[in-house]
Design a protein. Structure first.
Length: 81
């Protein structure tokens, strides 16, 4: 990485923050931004990816629960016959 004694506080902060969120997501640290703005943009993209993935996962879970509920209702009607 491009960290040296002349690095600004914001660059060091964003580098540390970038590293920490890559530990909890499937994002990688292989992307090497060269300044604070690029680092902040990379962090923002990781967060957008996490939010979109969470929305997708929630949608899939909701669909499965809906199908499960319909299946249970159908079984209940069939058992009454």
């Amino acid at each position: 990485d491009n960290i040296d004694e002349g690095s600004t506080f914001s660059y060091l902060y964003f580098t540390s923050f970038h590293w920490s969120i890559t530990q909890f997501t499937p994002a990688s640290m292989e992307i090497t931004p060269t300044n604070s703005l690029e680092r902040a943009y990379t962090i923002a993209l990781i967060y957008v990816g996490v939010v979109l993935f969470s929305m997708l996962l929630g949608s899939i879970t909701s669909t499965i629960n809906h199908l499960r509920h319909r299946s249970m209702e159908r079984r209940g009607v069939e058992s009454l016959m």
